[in-house]
Write a protein that binds this ligand. Structure first.
Ligand code: M6R
Length: 612
């Protein structure tokens, strides 16, 4: 949540800051602002609303400064308003701060500062930070590195999470940054340095990055950067070169990122498969040191994640249990971290996070490590926070996912989990070779089958036209189809704001069927040949009660009275969600478009949930 950008170099800062904010807007879009040092004073321009509003402020084009910090906000403390927008200044207007995260003890700090005569102009937690810096700067800090020491003293008082940038007109040649539990990267180039919440936002300027660690400080000048640990002892830091293509994070002619990302799925799945297996060969994970001896000791696996990533985990659980015969539980990270899960050195924990920055997932991972479990992170973002905490990381390689609604990351997460399950099974010899060989053939066939689904979208568009004004919808399925129903329902509510629920078909009679009345829309997913007859009976029960039905299936359905049927190609049931979810992604997309909504930036949501 919230995106921060910074620049110091030999060019005008404002256009670079604005470009960065536009790329980071998916992280929060309640308000946006910048601070630069102009004629020895800090100049702050900010406003409620999108970055587009900020651009309309007339003074923005007059700024000449080549140092600045910027912020796009997802409100936590204080409603979206100009006053609550970042950057925030201290009372003397000598220090400007942007902040991503939450300061949990800000009330206490505010009381302290008020008792010292400081005034507050906003309802934010952030405003305590510039004032604390000013307080320490003017109260007893020695002259050596006074700016850095004042920042460090202020940071020492904070409880919570933060990625922070600070500038001061007293030190117009540097930006100080520090982070804890919120992402921050520094891109470096000749005579200019860039700061950002994520790599893609500044990838068009440089491919060389420093990934800041928790409690690590950087003092960024135009031609060099100093790094300090939490005791302010200077150290050197290695550059990480990123090979991503900057154009991968652009729309390439698609109306929205979400549509582009849906259409990228044949390729993202190819990238996820990568070199992890070939036909006739065993699966290979060079990135993890997990061997047969260790796997034999594992008596339980937990898969932990949030939202869509958790839905991918549910599909992964089915594959691991079936192929490896290891009991596997799936937990929502925010529940897992507080429920005192039973974990020991015989537990393997897998954490899935597209962004690698989700606060609850990272906290759950830290808990599992404390309890001595071995941990694997599955992430899409190279060098993201989760990858630096887990024992091992496996990347999905789905390419940058910009739309808030996750699509290609979900299908890549599923495929990665299934390949991981095959790898475990091969090590454990827990599954017949021909079963795994057939599954490999089916996985390799997926990209062309996805293309086939994407070439037949008229039915989905037609159904979206028919139902986009509905208030409620229900999704039904059994087994993996239930998990796809959950994902379809989440996609719909996220971007169309239509209330929807997913139910396991067998649960219908235990309550939800009371909601079914004439003309209500029910979407059934039927891809498991073993369960199809039972699922058909459940959908017939809603048809009898007047429901309008869309069925997504890879089965030949005869003698049915469903209103719409979307066929998807047949495949192994362990991976069928990768095909059956695509019509649901498109359905949510076209309903949202029909309603004239902002598909990529749905209200109240942010791509990266870096606060609890
Ligand atoms: O980056 P993560 O995978 O950790 O994000 C988890 C969820 O916040 C995310 O999947 C969310 O549910 C998406 N907006 C779903 O489309």
């Amino acid at each position: 949540m919230c995106g921060i950008v910074g620049y110091i170099g030999n060019k005008k800062a404002t256009p670079i800051l604005i470009n960065g904010l536009l790329s980071l807007e998916y992280r929060g879009y309640d308000s946006a602002g910048i601070a630069v040092i102009e004629n020895n004073e800090i100049c702050v321009l900010k406003d409620k609303g999108r970055v587009a509003n900020l651009r309309k402020i007339p003074e923005i084009d007059t700024l000449e400064s080549s140092i600045g910090i910027a912020h796009t906000r997802w409100a936590t403390h204080g409603k979206p308003s100009k006053e609550n927008s970042h950057p925030h200044l201290d009372n003397s207007k000598q220090f400007a701060v942007v902040h991503n995260g939450i300061i949990e003890n800000y009330n206490e700090l505010k009381e302290f500062l008020c008792s010292k005569g400081y005034k507050f102009l906003s309802q934010t937690d952030t405003e305590v930070i510039p004032n604390l810096i000013h307080y320490y700067y003017t109260n007893g800090i020695s002259d050596d590195d006074k700016f850095l020491r004042a920042v460090k003293s202020a940071i020492d008082d904070l409880k919570g999470s933060y990625a922070i940038e600070v500038i001061s007109n007293l030190y117009p040649d540097r930006v100080i940054v520090v982070r804890k539990d919120s992402p921050l990267v520094i891109g470096t180039s000749k005579e200019e340095n860039f700061i950002s919440s994520d790599i893609p936002a500044i990838l068009s300027y440089t491919k060389n990055f420093y990934l800041l660690d928790d409690y690590e400080y950087a003092v960024v000048y135009n031609d060099h950067i100093q790094f300090f640990d939490n005791s302010l002892i200077e150290h050197s830091k290695a550059i990480k070169s990123i090979e991503w293509d900057a154009t991968a994070a652009e729309k390439n002619g698609y109306e929205d990122y979400m549509l582009k990302e849906i259409y990228e799925q044949p390729n993202s799945i190819r990238e996820t498969i990568g070199t992890r297996f070939k036909l006739g060969e065993k699966c290979c994970f060079d990135d993890i040191d997990i061997n047969k001896e260790y796997l034999k000791t594992v008596n339980k696996i937990y898969i932990v994640a949030c939202g869509t990533a958790m839905h991918a985990g549910l599909v992964g659980k089915v594959a691991i249990e079936k192929l490896c015969n290891i009991p596997t539980g799936v937990d929502i990270a925010s529940e897992f971290r507080y429920r005192n899960p039973i974990i020991d050195e015989n537990t393997l924990c897998i954490f899935i996070s597209q962004s690698g920055e989700t606060a609850d997932t990272i906290a759950a991972l830290k808990l599992a490590k404390e309890k001595k479990a071995k941990t694997i992170a599955i992430s899409n973002v190279i060098g993201s926070s989760i990858t630096r905490v887990a024992d091992y990381t496996i990347y999905t390689h789905a390419g940058p996912e910009i739309a808030v609604a996750s699509t290609k990351a979900y299908t890549s997460q599923i495929i990665l989990l299934v390949i991981l399950a095959m790898y475990f099974a091969e090590n454990l010899e827990s599954c017949k070779k021909d079963v795994l060989d057939n599954l490999k053939v089916d996985i390799l066939d997926l990209p062309s089958k996805i293309e086939a689904v994407l070439n037949e979208i008229n039915g989905i568009k037609e159904f979206a036209n028919k139902i986009y004004t509905e208030k409620d919808m229900y999704f039904l399925g059994r087994g993996n189809d239930y998990y796809v129903a959950m994902e379809g329902s989440l996609k719909l509510k996220e971007i169309s704001y239509i209330h929807s629920e997913a139910y396991a078909s067998g649960e219908l009679k235990h309550g939800p069927i009371a909601l079914i009345e004439n003309d209500v829309t029910v979407i059934g997913i039927l891809t498991d040949s073993n369960l199809v007859d039972k699922s058909i009976s459940n959908i017939q029960e809603v048809v009898s009660r007047g429901a309008k039905t869309l069925v997504i299936t890879n089965q030949r359905l005869t003698n049915n009275n469903f209103d719409f049927i979307i066929n998807v190609p047949e495949t192994n049931n362990l991976i069928s969600p990768v095909l059956s979810v695509i019509p649901l992604q498109l359905l949510a997309y076209y309903i949202s478009k029909n309603k004239g909504l902002d598909v990529d930036k749905p209200r109240n949501l942010a791509k990266s949930v870096t606060v609890e």
